[in-house]
Ligand binder design. Structure first.
Ligand code: GDP
Ligand code: CA
Length: 342
């Protein structure tokens, strides 16, 4: 590839932890110049899922936006995978003394400051995209300047809700917010139905469609295919943008050997009837040439037997180690993904 053909605009459709870890590797690879055909000054736009967002204690909390922002800004608690490093919990302790619900959703003291800033700005009439940009001026601009942008998928309120069995409810079912299913119930009960409240009526946030149609490369990182990437794809206009973009579109499997690496992708895939396997997720996304969203799909070395099935479905496919153990390993995954669709 000639130098002036180098890829300069990369867009990543991200959830929280899996997406953020992938982005660390991608940014490392760009800076180190180890990504094939990618300019060392390539700019990355992250379109993050906002369907996990919730209002709690009067504050607007955006778990995936914050996980990406704190992780890339060097402020994440790496043990927990969410919230600030060096966190204290005085606000939560005080709220518990007042017996204020919900007691199952933890907000660290430092984290609360982020949600206070966000909520104040939303109350003053700023859209979430503008609020996110303001928060990123602290977390991302000093390190990345214009090289990294974080966009919410939409400025509209969208929430994933989960129907679970409840023998005491008249209908035999109860619907809980995704965060209650994940944090309080630990995804331990079957998700009978997923409802994406507000998704069909939402609009892409400013910049989202242009980030896809104007990209040289779009990446679906190993994020949850249903409640992270699935919701981004569900924002009206996003699928059309992926269909029409001149960019190559490549994804990496969050499922290795029939299991998610962490999180609850297994439960979510099961509830929408998708086979819980690397091939199952690739086929669920589908080839762009056949009405899907991908040109290429990278699976783990353990799932090499899925490659012929994926190729038959019109996807460029390959199998390499997909464990994001450190930034070097993750940068190699990014390089292999790019190689697949170059
Ligand atoms: P969440 O919003 O915090 O749940 O994060 P994401 O949706 O971005 O990512 C969750 C997904 O990341 C899960 O389905 C995991 O299986 C996947 N994941 C986490 N770590 C790894 C890893 O090291 N390798 C791969 N291939 N997937 C991973
Ligand atoms: Ca999430």
């Amino acid at each position: 590839m000639r130098n002036d053909d180098a890829m300069r605009n990369i867009t990543v459709l991200s959830g929280g932890v899996g997406g953020a870890r992938f982005l660390q590797g991608l940014l490392h690879g760009i800076a180190a110049g180890t990504l094939p055909g990618v300019s060392p000054d390539a700019e990355v736009t992250v379109v993050a899922n906002t369907a996990d967002d919730l209002w709690v204690h009067g504050l607007k909390v955006c778990p995936d936006l914050d996980t990406v922002m704190y992780t890339l800004g060097g402020g994440i608690d790496t043990e927990r995978g969410w919230g600030h490093a060096n966190e204290t919990w005085s606000v939560m302790e005080e709220l518990r003394e007042y017996a204020v619900e919900p007691t199952w959703f933890n907000l660290g003291d430092r984290d609360v400051a982020t949600h206070l800033v966000r909520t104040q700005m939303l109350d003053a009439g700023y859209p979430l995209s503008a609020v996110t940009e303001a928060l990123c001026r602290r977390w991302l601009s000093p390190t990345y300047g214009a090289g990294l942008r974080l966009l919410p998928m939409t400025d509209d309120r969208v929430e994933t809700h989960v129907a679970i069995a409840d023998a005491e409810a008249p209908s035999g079912r109860r619907v809980v917010h995704f965060q209650e299913y994940w944090v309080r119930l630990r995804a331990a009960v079957p998700a009978e139905l997923l409802v994406f409240v507000g998704l069909d009526e939402s609009s892409p946030a400013p910049g989202v469609i242009d980030a896809i149609t104007g990209a040289d490369l779009v990446v679906l990182p190993p994020s949850n295919p249903v409640v992270s990437v699935g919701t981004i794809l569900g924002v009206p206009g996003v699928r059309d943008a992926l269909a029409s973009t001149p960019a190559r579109v490549v994804g990496l499997s969050p499922i290795i050997g029939g299991h998610h690496v962490r999180g609850m992708a297994e439960q979510m895939l099961g509830s929408i009837g998708v086979e819980v396997s690397a091939a199952g997720v690739g086929l669920h996304y589908g080839a762009r040439s056949k009405g899907g969203v991908l040109d290429g799909w990278l699976v783990d070395a353990a799932d090499a037997d899925a490659v012929p099935r994926l190729a038959e479905a019109g996807l460029s496919a390959a199998a390499v180690p997909l464990w994001m153990s450190d930034v070097e390993a993750t940068a190699s995954m990014a390089a292999a993904a790019i190689e697949l669709v170059r």
